[in-house]
Unconditional design. Structure first.
Length: 86
């Protein structure tokens, strides 16, 4: 329970930072967050590859989680690239 609350708080913090930076249209402010986002996605992908037996691969929620992890990684990579271009 505490782990999910900590992850939720982290996600809300990332969302608020992204919303604020998007509101101001300032990609340079997003660079540290996007690098962190890409790193988070990469580390979660490594965990999935390292411990595949932990997930129940017959559940649809597992597929959704994998799609989420891939989208986090790709969003972070694109955001970091975009913020360095400006």
């Amino acid at each position: 329970m505490l782990t999910s609350q900590a992850i939720g708080a982290w996600g809300v913090g990332i969302g608020i930072i992204a919303l604020h930076a998007s509101w101001e249209n300032d990609w340079t402010r997003l660079y540290p967050m996007m690098v962190g986002y890409a790193t988070y996605g990469a580390l979660q992908s490594i965990n999935l590859l390292r411990y595949p037996e932990v997930l129940d691969w017959t559940r649809f929620s597992t597929v959704l989680y994998i799609i989420f992890v891939i989208s986090v990684f790709l969003t972070g990579v694109y955001g970091a690239w975009k913020s360095r271009q400006i």
